[in-house]
Design a protein around this ligand. Structure first.
Ligand code: SAH
Length: 214
C-alpha cells in the first residue's frame, strides 16, 4: 500500500536528487516499490534508501535506480540485459521503457520472487533467468543496453562482447566495500568510450549460481 502523500514525497525526493527525466519519472511512478520489499522493511519502501532483501542482498536506492536508468538511455526499441535481478525493481522500471528485458540472478529465491512481482504487475516483456550473469546471456545477444547492478572489478569481457555496436553498458566498478564508481561504457565502431559518473555502493558481482540451503 502506498498513500498519495507517500507517493508525492517519493517523486519529490527523486526530482531533488537529480532524476528529472519525465519518461523515467513516469516509469518509476507506475512501479509500486512496496511489491519488491518484504516483511518489516515494507513500510519504508517509499523512502529514498536501499533496503535489505532475501539472500543477504539489497534493493537499490530509488534515486540511484533513476540515475542508472538515465545513464543507460533506454528507448522503446531496445533489448536490455540486466545482471543482478535482486528484488526485480530495477528490471520492472526498465520493462516500462524498453521493448524487451532479460534479467539474470544467481539466487534462485530472488529470481522466483521477482517473477511473481512481474506477474502481479502484468509485465509481459521481462524474463528472469537464474544463472551466472558474469557470463551474460549468449543465446539472446547482442543487446542494445546492458546494466549491471552488482559491482565488478572491471567491465566483464563476456558482457562487452554481447553489447551491440552503438550500445551502452552501465555498471559499478571497484573493490567490494570500498568506494565504487558508476561508469558508462559506449561501444563504437572505433572502440570503447568510458565515462565516470558518480560514486556508488553495490553488492559485489559473484561468479557462479548460488546453492541455497533447502
Ligand atoms: N537490481 C536489484 C538490486 C540488485 S542487488 C534491484 O532492483 O533490486 C545485486 C544482485 O546481483 C544481488 O541480488 C546478487 O545476488 C546479484 N548478483 C551478484 N552476482 C551475480 C552474478 N554473477 N549473476 C547474477 N546475479 C548476480
Amino acid at each position: 500500500m502506498v498513500t498519495p502523500e507517500q507517493q508525492m514525497q517519493f517523486m519529490l525526493a527523486l526530482r531533488n536528487r537529480g532524476v528529472t527525466d519525465t519518461r523515467i519519472l513516469k516509469a518509476m511512478e507506475s512501479v509500486p516499490r512496496h511489491l519488491f520489499v518484504q516483511g518489516h522493511f515494507q513500510p519504508r519502501a517509499y523512502e529514498d534508501m536501499a533496503l535489505p532483501i532475501r539472500c543477504g542482498q539489497t534493493i537499490s536506492q530509488p534515486s540511484v535506480v533513476g540515475k542508472m536508468t538515465l545513464a543507460l538511455e533506454v528507448g522503446p526499441r531496445h533489448k536490455v540485459l540486466e545482471i543482478g535481478t535482486g528484488s526485480g525493481y530495477q528490471a520492472a522500471i526498465l520493462s516500462r521503457l524498453a521493448r524487451r528485458v532479460y534479467t539474470v540472478e544467481r539466487h534462485r529465491p530472488l529470481a522466483r520472487q521477482a517473477t511473481r512481482a512481474f506477474e502481479a504487475l502484468k509485465l509481459v516483456n521481462v524474463t528472469v533467468i537464474t544463472g551466472d550473469g558474469s557470463r551474460g546471456l549468449p543465446d539472446q545477444a547482442p543487446f542494445d543496453r546492458i546494466l549491471l547492478t552488482a559491482a565488478a572489478e572491471d567491465p566483464p569481457a563476456n558482457l562487452l562482447a554481447q553489447l551491440r555496436v552503438g550500445g551502452i553498458m552501465v555498471l559499478p566498478v571497484g573493490q567490494t566495500d570500498t568506494v565504487q564508481s558508476l561508469i558508462k561504457v559506449e561501444k563504437t565502431e572505433n572502440g570503447l568510450n568510458y565515462t565516470e559518473l558518480e560514486p556508488v555502493r553495490f553488492v559485489p558481482l559473484v561468479e557462479g549460481v548460488a546453492h541455497e540451503p533447502l
